[in-house]
Design a protein around this ligand. Sequence first.
Ligand SMILES: [Zn+2]
Length: 176
Amino acid sequence: MTSSAWKTGQRGQGCGACACEFVPGASVVSALFEPAPAESNEPEFDDAPPFTRTDFCGDCFDGDADTGAPFSWWRFVVPAPEEKKATFDLGVAREFLQRLLGQDDPERASLRYLLTLLLMRKRVVKVTEQFSDERGDVMSIRFPPADTLHEVVCCELGEDETESLREQLGELFDLG
Ligand SMILES: [Zn+2]
């Protein structure tokens, strides 16, 4: 039953293009894809389709294989089985949050805020300042060791929304 192939969460199916297994030491790219634009005009946030994640081997991602146009992606080397896997997902999550912050889509304000909170707990994000302005409560954050500051507006999250966002993020990253 045990395989030396790298597995996390519901993923671990190997390369999304050539289906090769990810063995320790292999170069892998984790790519996050934006949901396809909704056909109807439904603003209901809870029903927004989640981002999806596909992992590719380095050869496929760098080569001619059809790997689509990811929203964000992160390259890493597959760890030996005894090493902590969660650490590696933090890199994917960090890239994703930086991309979300750069895009500043108002519909993703809750997602940005919740992911910021989760990554603060993992020390991937540091709050340097908190203040209030016309947007409400704002956190000024950075991603150590980088000094670049990003602003995240704090949201009031309902229980249902928090739950659904946590689920989405849980499917993308093992944030425990
Ligand atoms: Zn491949």
